[in-house]
Design a protein around this ligand. Structure first.
Ligand code: FE2
Length: 302
């Protein structure tokens, strides 16, 4: 294992279209370590972090962004767009992959997971990000790096009470799962005619949540495919605050749906959002970074 091996891997990644394609499907650092091993490069997560912090590419080699027509942000109207996956025949390939992606890795400890549920944190999703009481709570949490100060720096993070599937690579089903993620990317790139990357693959067991956040460090359009293990008796929801009006919008969810929204960086346009699954069903969401003109492909199907 070495930082040099990690650096050598990053160099070949940069030059190889095949590896670039592979990387579009992974979001976890453990996944990159595993991918490196597959190509004969041995390194661990700290070595990868060290190599990537000092990794520079030759001048003039940065990939060129494609020129596309981008619609201006709406002055009014909803900031989200939702569709039924079944209404988009061009995305049928995604429906076929869902059974391979909706996994429950055996490396997840269900008792430890339910033990980290906190009523106080869940309650914060009922507040408005514009409320000074929320802002004070949020600031205190941020200062504590979303960890309970009483439990020390190794305490679990409180803002993600869910399972990030991409952090679980040491289970027998991982390779099959990764193959399905690759097929998902192929389907989406064909559909949008442009580059698409996974942004996250999340399993929301019963009574799970992702607290209010903005994703401002990764601005751009997101597409999420949402599905359940069975028809939920109640409903999970996605909630956001419209930055133009501070109105809180709560969107109920149903199986096999697709949602688009845009993460913004401008302090006046931040897209505060949170997700809660209070049902007894299991919810999965698969997120993608999609091109700015994603709606052109959708409109062609309607
Ligand atoms: Fe988010």
């Amino acid at each position: 294992m070495s930082v040099e091996s990690s650096r050598a891997f990053l160099r070949i990644v940069y030059d190889s279209p095949e590896l670039n394609q592979q990387l579009k499907a992974v979001t976890g650092t453990q996944e990159i370590v595993r991918l490196g091993l597959r190509y004969g490069y041995t390194f661990d997560v700290p070595e990868l972090m060290e190599a990537s912090s000092s990794f520079t590419t030759a001048p003039g080699r940065a990939p060129k962004a494609a020129r596309r027509t981008v619609p201006p942000p709406p002055e009014s109207g909803p900031l989200h767009h939702e569709y039924r996956l079944d209404d988009l025949p061009g995305l049928k390939g995604m429906i076929d992959q869902l059974p391979h992606l909706k996994i429950k890795p055996p490396s997840v400890d269900p008792a430890r997971f339910s033990g980290s549920f906190r009523e106080e944190d869940l309650r914060s999703t009922s507040m408005s990000p514009a409320d000074p009481a929320f802002q004070a709570w949020h600031e205190a949490m941020t200062k504590a790096h979303w960890r309970d100060p009483a439990l020390g720096s190794s305490a679990p993070r409180r803002d993600f009470h869910l399972v990030n599937l991409d952090e679980h690579v040491d289970h027998p089903g991982y390779d099959r799962y990764l193959e399905a993620k690759h097929r998902m990317i192929r389907t989406l790139e064909e559909f949008f005619g442009s580059e698409v990357r996974f942004s996250g693959s999340l399993w929301y067991p019963p009574s799970s949540y992702r607290l209010w956040h903005t994703n401002e460090t990764q601005p751009g359009w997101r597409m999420y495919v949402i599905d359940f293990d069975e028809e939920p008796a109640g409903t999970s929801f996605f909630r956001y605050m419209d930055p133009r009006t501070e109105e809180i919008v709560t969107l109920d969810e149903r199986p096999r749906m697709v949602r688009f929204f845009k993460a913004e960086q401008d302090p006046g346009k931040l897209f505060w959002h949170c997700i809660v699954n209070p049902t007894q069903q299991h919810r999965w969401s698969f997120g993608f970074v999609v091109p700015e003109d994603w709606m052109t492909a959708i409109t062609r199907q309607m």
